[in-house]
Design a protein around this ligand. Sequence first.
Ligand SMILES: Cc1cc2nc3c(=O)[nH]c(=O)nc-3n(C[C@H](O)[C@H](O)[C@H](O)COP(=O)(O)OP(=O)(O)OC[C@H]3O[C@@H](n4cnc5c(N)ncnc54)[C@H](O)[C@@H]3O)c2cc1C
Length: 362
Amino acid sequence: MSDLVSASNLAPLLSTLRRLSPRLEEDLDWPAPQLQAMSEQGVLGWVVPEEYGGANISSAELVDGYDHLASACLLSTFVLTQQNGAAQRIAGSTNESLKAELLPAIASGELSATVGISHLTTSRQHLKSPVVQVTRRGDGWVFQGNVPWVTGGPAADVVVTGGTLDDNRQILAAIRTDSPGFQVEKTVHMLALNASQTGSVALNNVVVPNADLIAGPIERVMSAGQGGGTGSLTTSALAMGAARASIRGLKEEAERRAELLEICQPLETELERITTDRGAVATGQADSDNPHRTAESIRSRANSLVLRSSQALLASTKGAGFVTGHLAERAVREAMFFLVWSCPQPVVTTALREFACLTEGS
Ligand SMILES: Cc1cc2nc3c(=O)[nH]c(=O)nc-3n(C[C@H](O)[C@H](O)[C@H](O)COP(=O)(O)OP(=O)(O)OC[C@H]3O[C@@H](n4cnc5c(N)ncnc54)[C@H](O)[C@@H]3O)c2cc1C
């Protein structure tokens, strides 16, 4: 494994991200300086193949890198995962000219990309008709509908998104944000992570040429290719990085109040255990009969840990931690994100059962 994503190699970047992080809550500006700092460290090329100017690091390195970055700044790391999701989908395509055009520009930071794919996986699945419909026209495709969730839409040059044809097959494409009919709707105000500038995108008869097609038409286009699916180790790595930041905060409190040590220690041990299991899964060394070494178990445990560790930090920092701008109040709000972001139904069910104290056999 290379040294590229080690905490020591990333140390200057992590300290920059930590320093800039509070500002994101104050002015809610797009994290451009954070992305610039990542670009200078080569982070924007992590998932881009070497022939297109990237580093193409392994999945195990990638999740370790995300964990370190998220422990310094969850918001900018989350934004990075959305750009990387787009890059991974493009890199996994057989459309060579699209790859040659977009991937070097993504790796160098010249082009900003994001994804709007949740309506093909977790969002709006209970509706009778697809929210984005696609029809064939000449040598291209016409997209009509509303992409419910796109992070960083206002800053994006390209959005990787998809739609469904009459026969239920789907396509995935790289849509240029300056295409006629492409409209970023007003970003929504959320419980946390507002500087991610998340909202919906309207596609009003947007014509997408074949040249920008990434995959399809096939059924369940998101099951094909790479890019980290719903509830992937990537999503767990972010939850674990956020938990790491809360545990670090708790340990700082414990330096002055020894009674907190008995709280820090089990949380830290739990984090180490999940990190070990995540490493085994990421490197393909997990026993198939070990129930803890699955992406689903890791995400469920990471979710539980990030919620509990942020609340432990809040309880220990008392009223001061409840005041806007304190690390603890932000950590508690940001932890809630993992209950809804890219969260597969079994993980949601585990969380709901935990909230209701419905353990096995009870
Ligand atoms: C901050 C943030 C950033 C995100 N960024 C991105 C992004 O960049 N790209 C991306 O692709 N995705 C993104 N997502 C989407 C995310 O991954 C999930 O897909 C999304 O949170 C799912 O929530 P939903 O409200 O769309 O789900 P839905 O399932 O559509 O639920 C919406 C509502 O519908 C109702 N409902 C749900 N299920 C049923 C049912 N079975 N029967 C009847 N009613 C039902 C409920 O009232 C529910 O509140 C983001 C999410 C968040 C919170």
